[in-house]
Design a protein around this ligand. Structure first.
Ligand code: PYL
Length: 276
């Protein structure tokens, strides 16, 4: 998984409204509606305002990313949830979070990023959240992916979940990766998936693409009127790509929104349980 940089997210909290406008323009849904679609629930079936979220900074590995935890808390707040970032980090931070009885705890090290539901002890992670969120966005932007050809670029954790979730929605999926062996493993785990032999040719022959790769996509291969749902970081599309295609991207909002809604959907909120 490519690690976000401080620069990727330095203005994210201020950009949440713009991201919602981009999603409404591309998909006809805002981030909360995309996240609910990704979780398979109706926005009217859950009251996110009743959920309390704690975010705990983690110093392991390459350490804290400036404003990462604050961005996660702001994204949850933009969904209507109440959220806080602990003043301390790691185990001390977890203890601080638990003492405030949150419904959900977010924590991320360099390999795993989870949204832990304290009532059910179940968690969802960023790989699944990002894949489900960007699949929901592509499905909405495409007017449905059922029986349509979709190319997934990147056979990592997000790409693998994307293949599985696109197939669940009835798409005809091809997976491409510079490491053909990784693509073959994803295809074996998701029967019916095709493996691209030539990545450039496969980009040119699809107008629905989910880009879960950190690699640069050469705009010369992109067909006019392509829709690219693109969680991949770094985000390196050029002006020609933006002229030819509808490109859906943000560095963290869609994935975290999908994590927050799915984790909340695992249980009733503590405030409601407490008042029983
Ligand atoms: C969640 C992002 C999406 C893409 N790559 C993932 C990443 O950068 N993971 C590392 C997150 C580290 C957070 C750090 C902190 O500030 O608490 N431990």
């Amino acid at each position: 998984m490519t690690r976000l940089t401080e620069n990727d997210i330095k203005n994210l909290s201020e950009q949440l409204e713009d991201i919602n406008h981009m999603l409404l323009r591309c998909c006809g849904m805002n981030a909360k509606e995309v996240a609910c679609d990704a979780a398979g629930i109706s926005p009217n079936s859950i009251i996110l305002e009743d959920y309390l979220v704690g975010v705990v900074p983690v110093t392991s590995g390459m350490g804290i990313i400036t404003k990462f935890s604050e961005s996660v808390a702001d994204i949850c707040r933009s969904l209507g949830m109440e959220s806080f970032v602990t003043k301390t980090s790691d185990v001390t931070g977890l203890a601080e979070a638990v003492s405030r009885r949150p419904d959900i705890i977010f924590m991320a090290d360099d390999y795993e990023f989870i949204a832990y539901n304290t009532a059910t002890m179940k968690f969802t992670n960023n790989s699944y959240g990002t894949a489900s969120g960007y699949v929901a966005a592509l499905n909405a932007a495409a007017g449905g992916v059922k029986e349509k050809k979709v190319l997934v670029l990147g056979a990592g954790r997000v790409g693998g979940w994307s293949v599985s979730l696109l197939q669940k929605r009835g798409a005809e999926v091809t997976v491409a990766d510079i490491d053909t062996e990784k693509a073959k493993i994803v295809a074996e785990n998701n029967p019916g998936t095709m493996v691209a032999s030539d990545i450039g040719e496969s980009i040119s022959s699809h107008n629905l693409i989910l880009n879960a790769s950190p690699a640069h996509v050469d705009s010369g291969y992109i067909r006019e009127d392509t829709i690219i749902s693109s969680p991949g970081v770094p985000h390196t599309f050029d002006k020609e790509a933006f002229r030819k295609a509808t490109i859906i991207h943000d560095p963290l909002d869609i994935g975290v929104s999908a994590m927050a809604v799915r984790s909340a959907s695992f249980s009733r909120p503590y405030s409601e349980r407490k008042n029983r």
